[in-house]
Design a protein around this ligand. Structure first.
Ligand SMILES: *[C@@H]1O[C@H](CO)[C@@H](O)[C@H](O)[C@H]1NC(C)=O
Length: 158
């Protein structure tokens, strides 16, 4: 009886973990972090390989000394307009940005000419359950099916 209660407890924990697994954290620029990139396509390439869903977090790690970032309009993004309102990233601290709604975001480094040197990227945030998110939902669904089957056979065995 006690072990069955334990199993049910396990199942609840697994379901909770799978729910949490839908929100992901991205390190902007991967190992390069947030700094002046080697070329102007670096961050655009980085963002283009990702599918961002509502609830996902973007973590800015300023690897080359203090940096800034600001979410701006498309015009300011295209023109690298210097910003007076921005978030400062002071190493070794990192700063995390969680897009508050779906849509297109434009992010630039707000100071100096870093933006002109390619320290900027734009990305789309889709709703969880949208066509863009089907791949990750499928993965979570498949994982859940496997774990449930495992738990049920384990409980039957007990
Ligand atoms: C930009 O730099 C990255 C990292 O060094 C490299 O992988 C990529 O090929 C470069 N792209 C261009 C267009 O030079």
């Amino acid at each position: 009886m006690a072990s069955r209660m334990g199993m049910i407890g396990c199942l609840i924990v697994v379901v909770a973990l799978l729910n949490g697994a839908t929100a992901r954290e991205y390190q902007v620029g991967d190992s390069l972090g947030w700094t002046v990139p080697p070329n102007t396509s670096y961050y655009t390439n980085w963002a283009s390989t990702k599918t961002f869903l509502l609830g996902d977090e973007l973590t800015f790690n300023a690897t080359g000394g203090t940096q800034t970032f600001a979410t701006v309009s498309k015009a300011d993004y295209d023109n690298c307009t210097e910003q007076t309102s921005y978030i400062q990233v002071e190493p070794p601290s990192t700063m995390t940005f969680t897009p508050p709604s779906t849509g297109t975001y434009y992010i630039i480094c707000a100071v100096s000419n870093n933006c002109e040197q390619g320290q900027k990227f734009s990305f789309n945030v889709s709703a969880v359950g949208s066509p863009n998110s089907s791949a990750s939902s499928l993965t979570v669904g498949a994982l859940f099916a496997v774990l449930t089957t495992t738990l049920i056979s384990f409980m039957t065995y007990i």
